[in-house]
Design a binder for this molecule. Structure first.
Ligand code: APR
Length: 239
């Protein structure tokens, strides 16, 4: 699959990955917009917005608790593992829209979580933040300050954590190769990262079984799943 750009892969100094729900699909975590996608079953405007949360915090918490249980039971797949393995050969940074923590659990050490993490929680009022891997006795859970806690994720209509976003732009602007895997590239501003990379003359590679809005802009658009294509990418360095 990667033969035609094997030399460019080997010459690349820094490889930045932009990943989305598709890379976790083979770990059993549904995507958002695919045929089995979450947004086909649920209305995102009722579950993944700040207004929805304040309208019915218990419902939103029940949905996230359900997702979190699945995510904690899921395992990184060969796609996540290949990206982690690539760190043996290259400077690798992962800019992920996923909140499942599977890149880190696969061993990737430089991961920017653009949309937060389902495993982290924060207070809606004070500056408390913490990891949470077990369940709560009551939903919505309360902070020590008495206010309700929320998942530390970015909802529609909210801005990304500015420090994370600024760092992501720096990474996209300073790579010589960007591999976009498992994302429909329909949600901004994450979908602008390939544009930053292209402005820096980076080689753009897409790994997605479906066509996306940016497939035509890629030097290589692989119609494959990430669990198949990314281990093939690593095999180039193992020859
Ligand atoms: N390997 C690679 N790509 C896959 C696979 C797979 N096994 N299975 C599905 N895909 C592709 C789909 O073709 C689709 O293009 O993954 C993409 C998933 O797209 P979305 O469901 O839109 O997910 P994503 O791009 O991550 O959504 C971005 O939208 O709902 C918000 O905050 C949420 O972070 C999410 C953001």
């Amino acid at each position: 699959m990667f033969e035609q750009i094997a030399d460019k892969l080997k010459d690349a100094k820094k490889i930045v990955f932009v990943t989305g729900a598709g890379i976790s699909q083979e770990s059993g975590i549904p995507t958002f917009r695919g045929t089995d996608g979450l947004w086909r079953k649920y209305d995102p405007m009722k579950l993944a917005t700040i207004d929805a949360f304040y309208d019915d915090p218990k419902l939103v918490w029940e949905w996230y608790e359900d997702r979190r249980k699945n995510i904690l039971a899921a395992k990184p797949n060969p796609g996540h593992q290949a990206i982690a393995e690539l760190e043996k050969y290259k400077d690798v940074v992962v800019l992920t829209q996923n909140i499942d923590g599977l890149h880190q659990r696969a061993g990737s050490t430089k991961v920017l979580e653009l949309h937060g993490s389902i495993i982290r929680i924060k207070c809606t009022v004070c500056d408390f933040k913490g990891d949470f891997k077990s369940s709560f006795d009551e939903l919505p859970p309360k902070c020590k300050c008495g206010n309700i806690l929320r998942p530390d994720v970015v909802w529609f209509g909210e801005s990304l954590p500015q420090d994370v976003w600024q760092e992501a732009i720096i990474q996209a602007n300073s790579c010589d190769m960007m591999i976009i895997a498992g994302t429909s590239l329909v949600v901004s501003p994450a979908n602008t990262l390939p544009i930053y990379a292209r402005q820096n003359n980076a080689i753009l590679i897409e790994v997605n079984p479906e066509e996306t809005v940016m497939s035509q802009d890629m030097q290589l658009s692989l119609k494959s799943t990430s669990a198949i294509a990314l281990p093939e990418l690593i095999s180039i360095f193992q020859k």
